[in-house]
Write a protein that binds this ligand. Structure first.
Ligand SMILES: [Mg+2]
Ligand SMILES: [Zn+2]
Length: 270
């Protein structure tokens, strides 16, 4: 069992095949307005604004749920997540989407109870039935202070990883992600951790520019099949390591042992 392992997943383009924000906007026919407003405000504020626009156009929460329930996902991803959980790993999500989207999709996929923690932008349905999306980090009051240059103002995933490391001590982390926002947390991982960047996606490009900056072992993956294969083989490696570490400690001789009681090995005649 890999009981000392935490697997941290990004959500968009890692667990699911697309970006859930874009998916909802596109499926509800608001792509043009989204593209028009994108240069004028941060992504997180724009998503809250888009939910207002869609609500004004008469789109309901039920329609958003229906769209989220059709999100594309590779058929090996759900079995891979369930297998990682069955092998004793603790599973967490770190995502710049929002709680309503993620919980809706996880419930629909039958995965909600497999995750012990979801770190994402808070969201709620207000009394008019409009989805409100708020920043994970309230950047209007103060910056999160990260200077990596690849974190959006509303969320530094590196700070979340540091918080997990501080509270979980020496547990190993396997991190899976695709986006530029997954670069900062990959810089925080330690030698005993594993980074799984999605090949040819922004985080993979950033890591490839200078792989020496990453202390964790890097194992790339490109689709759901490799997501499953690489993740489960890393968990297997960790379990084998843990087992042999346990065995070598367990088999160490106590110092007060009576050596005369140990049967002598007969010397081989030359
Ligand atoms: Mg992503
Ligand atoms: Zn950061």
């Amino acid at each position: 069992m890999a009981g000392n392992t935490i697997v941290v997943f990004d959500f968009d383009k890692t667990i699911i095949e697309c970006d859930s924000d874009n998916w909802v906007v596109d499926e509800l026919g608001a792509t043009d307005l989204f593209n028009q407003l994108l240069p004028t405000m941060p992504w997180n504020s724009l998503m809250d604004r888009m939910m207002k626009e869609l609500h004004d156009q008469g789109k309901t929460i039920d329609e958003i749920v229906e769209v989220l329930n059709r999100i594309p996902i590779h058929p090996r991803v759900v079995p891979a997540i369930k297998a990682a959980h069955a092998l004793g790993c603790e599973l967490r999500i770190v995502s710049d989407a929002n709680m309503f989207f993620i919980e809706t999709m996880l419930k629909h996929l039958g995965l909600r109870e497999y995750f012990s923690e979801i770190n994402t932008n808070p969201s709620f349905v207000d009394e008019q039935g409009r989805l409100r999306i708020q920043p994970f980090h309230d950047f209007k009051n103060s910056s999160h202070g990260c200077t990596t240059g690849t974190c959006p103002p509303n969320m530094c995933k590196g700070l979340i990883i540091e918080r997990i490391q501080a509270s979980e001590g020496n547990k190993r982390i396997i991190y899976l992600g695709d986006g530029a926002g997954d670069y900062c947390p990959s810089l925080k991982l330690k030698e005993s951790d594993f980074m799984m960047p999605r090949k040819n996606f922004p985080v993979w490009d950033l890591i490839s520019n200078n792989p020496l900056l990453i202390k964790a072992k890097i194992h790339e993956w490109s689709d759901g099949e490799e997501f499953e294969k690489v993740l489960l083989s890393l968990i297997d490696t960790i379990s084998t390591d843990e087992k042999s570490a346990f065995t070598s400690t367990y088999l160490k001789m106590p110092s007060n042992i009576d050596v005369s009681a140990i049967p002598k090995v007969l010397p081989v005649q030359q």
